[in-house]
Each structure stands twice: as structure tokens, then as C-alpha cells.
Ligand binder design. Structure first.
Ligand code: DC
Length: 227
């Protein structure tokens, strides 16, 4: 890729395909994918490992966050998340972490610290970052902002198929998962800190009727149009 390298943000609700799209867009452009959710998950893992009682997490201090030694390490078209010099990946998606991360994501000290880490990693551009507030709060001046959406049943189906070794979901499974996602959407949209909303100037891509390749192509075209 020649020419200037953009910062590209991809926000959207749970199950809209943000991370897989961001990863593929980064590969197509020779950019690097920054998964901001992985950072929130790493802090959650760090808090679990720290032995700090969960009731005290909301009071966590900057020094305690620094002690976790969470680093974003460039690696091909992605950033690895390292803790104490060791790459963490699968550990970030354990049920213990997944259950606690929405609460951790509402702690102001955590958001503030991660905001600075994300900006430092994206300095110089050439980064595709996905999350909930990357186009609104973290990178309000990003060159290209995308808001990904999809119908709720479609998102539920995708979520269920994502689970390892998953059988094709029944209609009942899909309906139940859709209800869970609707709850999660309400939480994400109404929380006081960094609520999920469409960033100003964002391109909205509704992926309900699109193939994965098509949705990736839409974003790639938008970035090429910019550069
Ligand atoms: O996308 P994910 O499931 O890995 O996100 C994990 C959690 O982090 C989820 O509860 C939302 C939160 N999050 C956030 O608040 N802001 C971001 N930019 C990314 C994730």
C-alpha cells in the first residue's frame, strides 16, 4: 500500500461481525487490526489474576493497571495482546472473562487508560480498529468510520454458529439468542459511559443480506476511496 495510511474504525452491536470484518479488511489493505474488545478482556483477565476482590474493581488505580503489563505488539496484520511478555488469546474468551467484561468496560479509569493505549498503537495510521466507541470517542477524527449493523435474528444465528463445533441452531435457539442480544443492545446503548451509537460521518453497512466477502469489499472500497 502506498500513500497515506488511514485509521479505520468499525463499530456496531454484538454479533454484527465487526471483528471478523476488521481482520479481513486489515489483511486486504496491508493494515493492522486492533481488536479493542480484546483489551477490555485483557484488563478483566488481569483483574481476575490480581486477586483484587471483585467488589473493589471499580476503584482500580492506574498503577494497578500498569502493573498488569498489557502490551499491544504488532504482528503481521494484527496486534497481539501480551500480558507480562506472554501472548494471551484464548484465555481472553473464557466464560469467566466474558461474564465480567461488560462491568469492567464501565470503569472510567479502565476506559481512559485503554483509550490512550489505542491512540498510541494507531499513531501513524494503517490501523483498522473495531469496538463500540472507536469512531465516537477513541478516534473521532478517523479517516473512515464504519457502523456495521445486521438484523437481530441474523446476528443471533451468526453468534450461535461461531461457537466451536456448533450444530445448526434451531429456530427456538435463534429466538432465545436474539432476546439475549436485544438485552445486550439495550445495555450497550443506554450505559452512561461510551454508549454504542452511530458515529458522526460514519458509513452504515447493513450486512443482513450481504455475504462476508461483500461486506469486507464495501469497507475496503471506502478506504481506497479515501486514499
Ligand atoms: O467485542 P467484545 O465482545 O470482545 O467486547 C468485550 C466487552 O468490551 C464488551 O462488554 C463491550 C466492551 N467494549 C467496549 O465497551 N468498548 C470497546 N471499544 C470494545 C469493547
Amino acid at each position: 500500500m502506498t500513500g497515506p495510511m488511514a485509521v479505520v474504525t468499525i463499530d456496531g452491536p454484538a454479533g454484527s461481525g465487526k471483528s471478523s470484518t476488521a481482520r479481513a479488511v486489515a489483511r486486504a489493505l496491508g493494515y493492522r487490526h486492533l481488536d479493542s474488545g480484546a483489551l477490555f478482556r485483557a484488563v478483566t483477565l488481569g483483574l481476575l489474576r490480581s486477586g483484587i476482590p471483585e467488589e473493589e474493581w471499580s476503584e482500580v488505580k492506574l498503577a494497578q493497571l500498569e502493573e498488569m503489563k498489557i502490551e499491544l505488539v504488532p504482528s503481521g496484520t494484527r496486534f497481539d495482546v501480551e500480558m507480562d511478555g506472554i501472548v494471551v488469546d484464548r484465555e481472553l474468551r473464557s466464560p469467566d472473562v466474558t461474564r465480567r467484561v461488560p462491568g469492567v468496560a464501565t470503569i472510567p479509569a479502565v476506559r481512559d487508560w485503554l483509550l490512550r493505549r489505542q491512540r498510541a498503537a494507531a499513531k501513524g495510521g494503517g490501523v483498522v480498529v473495531d469496538g463500540r466507541d472507536t469512531g465516537t470517542v477513541v478516534f473521532p477524527d478517523a479517516a473512515v468510520k464504519v457502523f456495521l449493523t445486521a438484523g437481530i435474528e441474523e446476528r443471533a444465528r451468526r453468534r450461535l454458529l461461531q461457537d466451536e463445533g456448533a450444530e445448526p441452531p434451531t429456530r427456538r435457539d435463534v429466538r432465545r439468542e436474539a432476546e439475549r442480544l436485544a438485552d445486550r443492545d439495550r445495555q450497550d446503548e443506554t450505559r452512561e459511559i461510551a454508549p454504542l451509537r452511530r458515529p458522526e460521518g460514519a458509513i452504515e453497512v447493513d450486512t443482513t443480506g450481504l455475504s462476508f466477502e461483500e461486506q469486507v469489499a464495501r469497507v475496503v472500497e471506502a478506504v481506497r476511496g479515501w486514499g
